[in-house]
Write a protein that binds this ligand. Sequence first.
Ligand code: UDP
Ligand code: GLC
Length: 392
Amino acid sequence: MKKILFLDQSGKPGGAELCLIDIAKPYRDRALVGLFADGSFRNLLQQNQIPTRVFSTQPISVHKASDLVQGIKSFQQIAPLINQVIRTAREYDLIYANTQKALVVGALASFFSRRPLVYHLHDILSQEHFSQTNLRIAVTLANRLASLVIANSQASKTAFIQAGGRQDIIEVVYNGFEAKNYQTHESEIRKLRQELELENKFVIGHFSRLAPWKGQHILITALAQCPPQVTAILVGDALFGEQDYVKQLHQQVAELGLENRVKFLGFRSDIPQLMAACNLVAHTSTSAEPFGRVIVEAMLCGRPVVAAKAGGAIELVEHGINGFLVTPTQPQELAKVITTCLQETQTTATIASNARISASQRFDVATINQQIAKLLDCKIKTSYVSTNQPIP
Ligand code: UDP
Ligand code: GLC
């Protein structure tokens, strides 16, 4: 097994970071996860006995919409970080970049340390999500320096190729999940519903960081069009400074008089239990979701899921078979599906049960990890052969 240096820019546990925990775990006795910021993600890695190091505690001020000038300025800012990563990379066989900023740093480290580079692409590289400059940087670095790009869905792969990415280096690997972590005892569900004062309610759960493109506002609008026993829990926090959006959400709830029907629970680590306490899980992203971990997690909890029909969600959900799909940004359509689920409990339960069975097979973490191991093995060998270096 190879020694891997994983890189991730975030100190906070977004979906890409939670996915990385599962990927790094099998390598933990010979891997290091290098972070560019400290935070609760590091604690999670440590709880999983995965070695970590924070390479820089200075926030990197390049954003998804940054232009070239800002890019150059931030490059000066990250020079010491790059130095540290290059030195560390020499002790490893492979660099595995899990985010876009990690790709930039990892690509330079790969070049100077002559270590192969893998880029795990968790994003849809389109102008809907990124500036033209960021797109160009990501695609150029991946094309020139990565031996392998792992896309988290077909949708992410397609966007990469459309943005000019090389077709011959990209493979799709879905996120993996341990199905047994998503089983919750009936008594625990009852207790949780009691604590949250959700007894006798039809509970819709929304599990996402609070961010405009995650579309919590769409669910709130839809809720106002549903029968009064329909209640929503919004689970998640503004991880990346979206405080204005949080304010807007609270305002919207007040304006619609929904204070008794919407609960903001903040960031939680008991997602399987909370999902099990719901009657329906809603995914409402307004832009195409690259993959959508919450959709699979709801399925594994045996709860019906309604998702916004775009991006990776279309690969996960077949309408009427293992969930429901609605047009993004259409609260009326969403309200209709919610009301149908409320009325047709038997059909909905069958759909949720089908979903649980198929999701536990399709997204089994052990199988997914084998897929990744095979790709890494094959790509590392190829890469060393092509640079005429001895295979370690
Ligand atoms: N999540 C969590 N606590 C919360 C809200 C969300 O642990 O309070 C988890 C959720 O279970 C999922 C991940 O965060 O595994 C979000 O991943 P997803 O792919 O759905 O979206 P992302 O935020 O990465 O775009
Ligand atoms: C990113 C994407 C999300 C995906 C996750 C794991 O955070 O936004 O859609 O599920 O990565 O791949």
